[in-house]
Write a protein of this length. Sequence first.
Length: 90
Amino acid sequence: MMALDDHYLEKLKERGKKGHIYREFQDTGLILADILGDRKHKALYIKLAKEHDKQELLALAKRVAESKDVKNKGAYFMRVLFDGMKGKNQ
C-alpha cells in the first residue's frame, strides 16, 4: 500500500500539484449535499461541482431547498439541472 501512495505523490509532484487538488470542488459538492439534505450522494454532487459552474449550482440548490412541497430535494435538483441543460443545448 505504501508503494502506491509514494507513486501517487510522485505523480502529483511531476504535475506540480499540491495535496488538495480538488479541494474547491469537494467543498462545493459538500455544500450542495448539505443544502439539499442529501449527504448520502455527496460524491455525485462533488462530480457535478467539477463539471458545472459553482454559482449556478448553488443558486439552483437554494431554490430547490426553499421548495416546501418537494420531498426528495436531491432528485428534484438533478431533474431541474438536467432539464436546464437540455434547454441550453437545443
